[in-house]
Design a binder for this molecule. Structure first.
Ligand code: NAD
Ligand code: DAU
Length: 356
């Protein structure tokens, strides 16, 4: 039986991590504590968890500003909170940034993961009730042609510095299980969307540009395909794996919801037209084809039969409804967006976290 009493969530102030903490602390069958260790890079925003801090701060929720690249810091957190479970989200996550500056990706995604694994190996010893869950991406498998999908057995063929760094971290996690017996699970997930996603990623970037009536930059010919999954469905899959996933196993998680970028941008334009009463064409005319991302993977698609059959997971219904919820969230949280863009939230962090 897994203990699940003191869960270290790394990168919990980011997009998926913060949604996961909300999800976890609303599960009636979870009674433990969550320790959120986040460096607060440009992508980390503790304001994503203000309500959690108010409800659970100091009792079941603890925030620690910590860099996973610093071994001693992480080790002291393992000791301080008697960590028995790790859910490892912390990463540099944006492909475009990895192309222009890969160094942070190598440090955080590879060395940071190595440090966490070393802590689990050294401090858990032979303890068998712990779990190190590594959150990874479908991008480790490379790019698909027009047909087929990635299964757990697909050979790794990462193509960007981001995906190569995530592939390296996946291999390290498996090696620590195989060599030292560290109890691990891994998940490889497709593109997420939902509230609190940093607006450099495609869906929130398009939503905000639509709201501001700015050009919508579509890379290349717009025919690259992504498999979109609502972020709460990802959290539900992770919670199942953490409780019931088999040690040493990998689980693919996906939306079974493939969209060409250009078709998805059209859909977002049409949704905005419906919301504002303007002509569809008004928004579609904002579409601007721009220079392609170097090495842009053409298509991703996930076969998630294993997690469905073994753990009973399934996606929630309604891509359109989930998109509506996401659009509504951004419309209602423009001050969140302003803060992120202006850098004001960094001052907020200093006031609330760094000086306490
Ligand atoms: P994000 O960029 O929104 O958040 C990353 C978080 O990690 C931020 O809060 C940041 O401050 C923190 N962080 C970065 N470097 C750190 C360090 N050295 N020490 C401690 N914290 C650090 O990312 P996301 O989109 O929420 O992705 C989370 C995880 O899920 C990543 O591992 C990513 O590879 C994986 N993933 C993402 C997607 C997706 O569609 N976004 C899909 C599949 C897998
Ligand atoms: O597949 C999972 C991965 O999905 C995660 O591992 C990554 O962390 C996450 O960032 C995401 O990577 P992508 O590169 O697929 O996501 P992004 O939102 O950057 O781009 C989605 C698609 O849209 C991609 O084909 C590039 C395209 N795009 C993106 C942006 C930002 C555009 O056409 N225009 C844009 O402005």
């Amino acid at each position: 039986m897994r203990t699940l009493s003191n869960i270290l969530v790394t990168g919990g102030a980011g997009f998926i991590g913060s949604n996961f903490i909300h999800y976890l602390l609303s599960q009636p069958d979870f009674k433990g504590r969550v320790i959120n260790a986040d460096k607060l890079t440009y992508a980390g925003n503790p304001e994503n968890l203000t309500d959690i801090e108010e409800r659970f701060g100091g009792t079941r929720y603890f925030f620690e500003q910590a860099d996973i690249c610093k071994f001693d810091t992480i080790k002291s957190l393992f000791r301080k909170y008697s960590i028995d479970t790790v859910v490892h989200f912390a990463a540099e996550s944006h492909v475009d940034r990895s192309i222009f500056g890969p160094k942070d990706f190598i440090e955080t995604n590879i060395v940071g993961t190595f440090n966490l694994l070393e802590c689990a190996r050294n401090l858990w010893n032979d303890r068998k009730d712990g779990l190190f869950h590594h959150v990874s991406t479908d991008e480790v498998f490379g790019s698909l042609g027009d047909t087929g999908s990635f299964s757990e057995a697909t050979p790794y063929q990462p193509t960007s510095p981001y995906s190569a760094s995530k592939a390296a971290s996946d291999h390290l996690v498996r090696a620590y299980h195989h060599t030292y017996g560290v109890p691990v699970t891994i998940s490889n997930c497709s593109n997420n969307f939902g509230p609190r996603q940093f607006p450099e990623k495609m869906i929130p970037l398009m939503i905000l540009n639509l709201l501001e009536e700015e050009p919508l930059p579509v890379y290349g010919d717009g025919k690259n395909v992504r498999d979109w999954l609502y972020v709460d469905d990802h959290s539900a899959a992770l919670w199942l794996i953490i409780r019931k996933g088999r040690e040493g196993e990998t689980y693919n998680i996906g939306g079974e919801n493939e969209w060409r970028n250009i078709d998805l941008v059209h859909l977002l334009c049409d949704k905005m037209a419906e919301a504002t009463g303007r002509e569809k064409d008004f928004y579609r005319k904002l579409i601007t084809f721009v220079k392609d991302r170097p090495g842009h993977d053409r298509r991703y698609a996930i076969d998630c039969t294993k997690i469905k059959k073994e753990l009973g997971w399934k996606q929630s219904l309604g891509f359109s409804e989930n998109l509506d919820t996401t659009i509504r969230w951004y419309r209602n949280n423009l001050s969140w967006v302003d803060k992120i863009r202006s850098g004001e939230y960094k001052t907020w962090i200093q006031r609330n976290y760094l000086n306490r």
